[in-house]
Design a protein around this ligand. Structure first.
Ligand code: ZN
Length: 282
């Protein structure tokens, strides 16, 4: 698949790693059928697992790395994870990636980070990349592991595992990934949850990360997703940022929305915020 669009001088590609049926009850346990009613007919039937690639000033930046080959969501994926094939289809080899920028270290965003050998050896999947990881996620999950809590093994292996390698840099709010691309800390889903904002030649593109898993949440910003770590903070940041991005009309990437997950925020006839898919050749 792997479709691309221009954003100013930059090129942005949507990459598909997999998808599976969207279990609304599991993701939004506090939301009843009647609340879903306005959205179920037009809403997606599948949950997408996407990543994005930005080419800017000769740099190749991969934002998130999908489920990867080692782990899978409950119920599995409909097809084998395919991020590397997607990259190959646009002529990008793992060696070509200069930066891997992670929005947070949940398993569906970090799965292709590292190659772990049978002997326990660990190597970066993208051997020439710097890996940018939200500092607050590393601190949070490290503390939980130290406290003996059960943590998804992918977070330990593909997330915390990065810190043992000298390719890793911890990112905070406002960090510059490369000139024109910066990190925006938006905690709530996780403590370190980070969006990435590209500005090029007067155009803006924002990777929304897990601000929303379902397009209905663009309007229903107080709906809490089952993995939101701090629901109140997640709600506040969701409403504040979506309002800003609606007003600016900028291009957005929402990796859990149906592939290619690129669009903008508009309004329907009832005044509800809706997802307007970008017109791209898929
Ligand atoms: Zn996610």
């Amino acid at each position: 698949m792997a479709v691309g669009v221009k954003v100013g001088e930059a090129e942005v590609f949507a990459l598909f790693d997999g998808r599976h049926p969207f279990n609304l009850e599991w993701h939004y346990p506090s939301i009843g059928d009647e609340q879903w009613e306005p959205y179920t007919e037009t809403g997606p039937k599948d949950l997408n697992f996407g990543a994005f690639l930005v080419k800017l000033d000769g740099k190749t930046i991969l934002i998130d790395t999908g489920w990867g080959p080692q782990f899978a969501p409950p119920g599995g994926l409909e097809s084998p994870p395919q991020l590397l094939d997607e990259l190959a289809a646009i002529g990008v080899a793992p060696e070509d990636v200069d930066v891997v920028a992670l929005t947070h270290i949940h398993p569906d965003h970090i799965g292709w980070n590292l190659i772990v050998g049978d002997d326990g050896s660990v190597a970066p999947r993208f051997p020439n990349a710097r890996y940018l990881v939200p500092e607050d996620d590393i601190d949070h999950y490290r503390r939980r592991v130290d406290a003996g809590e059960r943590i998804h093994p992918s977070i330990i292996e593909q997330g915390l595992g990065l810190t043992a390698l000298d390719v890793t840099e911890l990112v905070r709010d406002g960090a510059e990934v490369v000139p024109g691309l910066r990190a925006v800390h938006a905690p709530g889903h996780t403590p370190g949850h980070t969006l990435y904002v590209l500005d090029s030649a007067g155009e803006r593109f924002v990777v929304l990360a897990d601000i929303a898993h379902h397009p209905a949440v663009l309007h229903e910003t107080d709906w809490v997703q089952s993995f939101d770590w701090e629901p109140e903070q997640a709600r506040e940041n969701r409403e504040r940022l979506l309002k800003e991005y609606e007003e600016s009309g900028c291009l957005l990437a929402a990796g859990h929305f149906p592939y290619p997950s690129l669009g903008r925020i508009g309004r329907d006839g009832d005044g509800r915020r809706v997802w307007i898919e970008e017109d791209v050749d898929a």
